[in-house]
Design a protein around this ligand. Structure first.
Ligand SMILES: CC(C)(COP(=O)(O)OP(=O)(O)OC[C@H]1O[C@@H](n2cnc3c(N)ncnc32)[C@H](O)[C@@H]1OP(=O)(O)O)[C@@H](O)C(=O)NCCC(=O)NCCS
Length: 319
């Protein structure tokens, strides 16, 4: 399937300081960075984000492939994830610019083949994300039968030093830092309630869910916050250091349960995360949002001065 001269092999992982890791993660990271630079003129992912994508609870490590040129250089990568609850196989393909055009179609075909092996029913789907400006990859996906289903925005704000001050809490609202197993389970519960109507949301068992946040070196449990209204838990905010390479703080999850919305709780949590970032010397904050979010999230982010920095186009086809 690959053009002559190219070879593909699975990646090898072993434990390093309690995390699955190893030299193949470096090779994968090199490919992702080179691919991003080719499309965006900037590296977008941290090494730890790539490692997390390779070994997260949904990752199907046996199906990932590193592709090498005849000179032995790593030039492409396919990463495969299987979310049984969502009946979805996610396939991410990366190719370094010098080889990209000729490798992307075979990479996507490898992902489609993997999905055919992994699916557990006729109603399963494959999804793949592409940067909006990556027309070569988008053409390849469309030629392989994928259609656009949604757009996500990577949002960004430059932090000014005056943001260091904590914002005033809305009446009756307090915030605590997660510090026990009960708290972590409450965080999971609030996430499920707040995101129940969100695009693509499917509930996941606690053990799977928490490892997405905890099994990474850039986890920041001190930025896992619960919001309370008159003593009742109503909101969550989860931050991490996944953008620390750019000296940016990152909000991974922000949600408020339906009955507590419209009181300024999410804005307050967000501004507190900005203040925390500014106090730590971060120069920016980032997050990702569904551009068609039905609960006002884009207006919330716009209202605090965040702006879309990148657009990710989500593609889908039957598996
Ligand atoms: C989006 C969400 C976090 C907002 O929480 P919230 O506590 O109700 O938001 P706030 O009260 O702080 O609202 C702040 C601003 O957001 C915007 N906003 C909030 N809800 C809105 C809605 N339904 N429609 C339009 N704008 C809305 C407004 O600009 C609002 O400012 P205003 O009150 O001065 O008009 C909440 O609706 C939620 O949990 N949604 C589901 C999960 C989700 O989508 N999270 C974001 C993922 S990136």
């Amino acid at each position: 399937m690959l053009p002559p001269g190219y070879t593909a092999r699975p990646l090898d992982f072993h434990e390093v300081d309690g995390f699955l890791d190893g030299p193949d993660v470096d090779l994968a990271y090199d490919v992702v960075c080179a691919a991003d630079v080719g499309v965006l003129a900037a590296a977008e992912s941290s090494r730890e984000s790539v490692r997390s994508n390779l070994i997260n609870p949904d990752a199907v490590a046996d199906e990932h492939r590193l592709v090498f040129s005849s000179a032995g250089d790593p030039v492409a990568l396919v990463m495969v994830e299987k979310d049984a609850a969502a009946k979805t196989i996610y396939v991410d393909s990366y190719a370094v610019p010098d080889h990209g055009r000729r490798l992307l179609a075979p990479l996507v075909a490898m992902g489609v083949d993997a999905a055919a092996r992994l699916k557990a029913g006729d109603d399963w789907k494959i999804e793949a994300g592409a940067f909006e400006q990556d027309e070569v990859y988008r053409d390849v996906l469309e030629a392989a039968g994928f259609g656009e289903v949604r757009r996500f925005w990577h949002m960004h704000i430059d932090l000014a030093s005056e943001l260091k001050q904590s914002p005033e809490a809305p009446p009756g609202v307090t915030r605590t830092v997660v510090d026990s197993d009960d708290d972590r389970r409450l965080l999971h519960h609030l996430d499920e309630v707040a995101f129940a109507e969100h695009f693509g949301f499917v509930p996941h068992p606690y053990d799977d869910w928490i490892s997405w946040f905890s099994d990474r070196r850039d986890a920041r449990p001190d930025l896992w916050w619960l919001a309370w209204l008159d003593g009742e838990p109503v909101g969550l905010c989860i931050g991490d250091d996944s953008r620390i390479d750019r000296n940016a703080g990152h909000v991974r999850v922000l949600g408020v349960v339906p009955q507590a919305r419209g009181r300024g709780i999410a804005r307050w949590l967000l501004l507190e995360s900005f203040a925390q970032g500014a106090r730590e010397g971060r120069t920016a904050m980032t997050l990702t949002v569904d551009s068609d979010n039905t609960t006002g999230a884009t207006a919330l982010y716009d209202g605090v001065g965040m702006r879309p920095e990148r657009v990710i186009v989500l593609y889908r086809r039957p598996a």
